[in-house]
Design a protein around this ligand. Structure first.
Ligand code: GH3
Ligand code: MG
Ligand code: MG
Ligand code: MG
Length: 419
């Protein structure tokens, strides 16, 4: 069964008549994970009438009145992935394991556990998994397991290390690799070594599997950079827990990196990470003889916008500007929030005249856009831009020149100055 994701951010249907539980869960999710939505239904008829196709996943409370496994099997599982909530770790567990549910969670455990699980499931809406094994049977078993536990994940397969490296190169969103040890052409150890030349353990998680119980095998794989090791045969839950733990780390590290490198309001690079990356690109441009153009952008009369409409609307204008900038440059150009309402753009492989044209396109896009704020007020505003070329200058000098041009542009505002 391939379930289809409903896009970004989870939409969850919680089926329970335990009001205390559902109220607390909804509150917890709102506080912890902003973009998850939960609706609650409290009887079987309501579930049957619910538009399941609008949700990503169902949390089904087994203590819900009149509910039973057959109901879930017939009415929910064919349409949408299910996580079961059980009262205790009782004898239901054996029955649950035979059902094709994503997971089961003990109700009296904390809400954090559900939140974490849902975050991992959500992560695999956009990130992918690679299973590497020379045995077709083993591959099939592993693929079935990960698809059941991470229902939106796209799972690639490879029969050896060489194939795995090719697949990884083609699909940079692969973030979890489950690999066998003994394989022809290139074994698991060599595969891990090769992957670690380019991606570290907090970027791609690798779980190695082997039926070889020799302790040396585990040690060798971990030593060259596998995140985890598991011996065959393994229990399904053990594999799932290890995947969860490793992916949880990836998510946390991505978050920390985002916090360190990005401006929280606009999600653009902050000044520090901009300089870090721009300096690398400057060195590359010098080696390759590529042109670099710098745009310094500043919102006109922004103080008046704040004074007239308030800071919240001011923030909306800043976010809107950031989006206009992103829309008008290429994916590998650098866009940075340089200060309050100031932005710097680094255009790689772009001559001055082309950079000026892009500046003009941005200026027009801002002039022609209307923002409606939370009080339904229409706001129109303009932006001024100074443009410079890197040439023989240092990055700091080129930014200073763009800033001087911006100062000139500010004499009339709503203008691009580049020579
Ligand atoms: P000019 O056309 O000459 O650029 O005038 P201006 O009013 O845009 O420029 P000025 O530098 O005088 O004012 C910038 C204002 O931006 C002052 C500051 O309070 C405000 N500001 C800075 N950061 C933020 C922010 O994150 N949110 C909001 N809402 N305002 C901010
Ligand atoms: Mg093998
Ligand atoms: Mg300004
Ligand atoms: Mg300013």
């Amino acid at each position: 069964m391939d379930y289809i994701s409903k896009g970004h951010g989870m939409k969850i249907l919680c089926a329970t008549d335990d009001i205390k539980y559902s109220t607390e869960l909804v509150l917890f999710m709102k506080k912890q994970i902003g973009d998850f939505e939960i609706d609650v239904v409290n009887n079987l008829t309501a579930i049957k009438e619910a538009k399941l196709e609008e949700y990503d996943i169902v949390l089904f409370d087994l203590t819900l009145k009149h509910s039973n496994f057959k109901f879930i099997k017939d009415n929910i599982l064919p349409f949408i992935p299910v996580i079961l909530l059980t009262q205790t770790h009782d004898n239901n567990v054996e029955k649950i394991k035979q059902m094709n549910v994503v997971d089961y969670i003990i109700k009296n455990s904390n809400y954090e556990q559900i939140a974490k699980k849902l975050q991992i499931i959500d992560y695999f809406k956009t990130k992918q998994i690679l299973v590497v094994d020379d045995s077709k049977v083993a591959t099939l078993i592993d693929v079935k397991l990960v698809k059941k536990c991470y229902p939106f994940a796209h799972v690639f397969t490879a029969a050896n290390g060489v194939e795995a490296l090719v697949t990884l190169k083609e699909h940079p969103d692969i973030k979890l690799i489950i690999t066998d040890y003994e394989m022809p052409k290139m074994d698991g150890k060599e595969l891990v070594e090769n992957i670690r030349l380019e991606h570290d353990a907090d970027e791609i998680a690798i779980i190695a599997i082997s039926s070889n119980t020799n302790k040396e095998v585990a040690f060798n794989l971990l030593k060259v950079g596998a995140n985890d090791f598991i011996t065959k045969p393994f229990v399904e839950e053990e594999m799932m827990c290890r995947i969860d733990n490793n992916v949880r780390n990836l998510i946390l590290i991505e978050k920390i990196k985002d916090m360190a490198f990005k401006d929280p309001l606009t999600n653009l690079y902050n000044r520090r990470s901009f300089f870090e990356q721009a300096q690398k690109l400057v060195a590359l441009a010098r080696r390759e003889g590529a042109d670099v153009t710098i745009l310094m952008c500043d919102i006109d009369h922004f103080k008046q916008i704040n004074d007239k409409y308030g800071h919240q609307t001011g923030d909306m204008v800043i976010v809107h500007t950031a989006n206009v900038l992103l829309k008008n440059v290429r994916a590998n150009d650098l866009v940075c929030r340089y200060g309050g309402e100031e932005f710097v753009i680094f255009l790689y492989d772009c001559p001055l005249e082309v950079g000026a044209t892009i500046g003009e396109r941005i200026r027009k896009a801002v002039e022609n856009s209307k923002i409606v704020d939370y009080e339904h007020r229409e706001i129109q505003y303009t932006i001024s831009i100074g443009v410079s070329e890197l040439g023989e200058h240092s990055l700091e000098e080129a930014i200073k020149i763009a800033d001087d041009k911006l100062y000139e542009a500010k004499k009339t505002r709503n203008r691009v100055v580049w020579q």
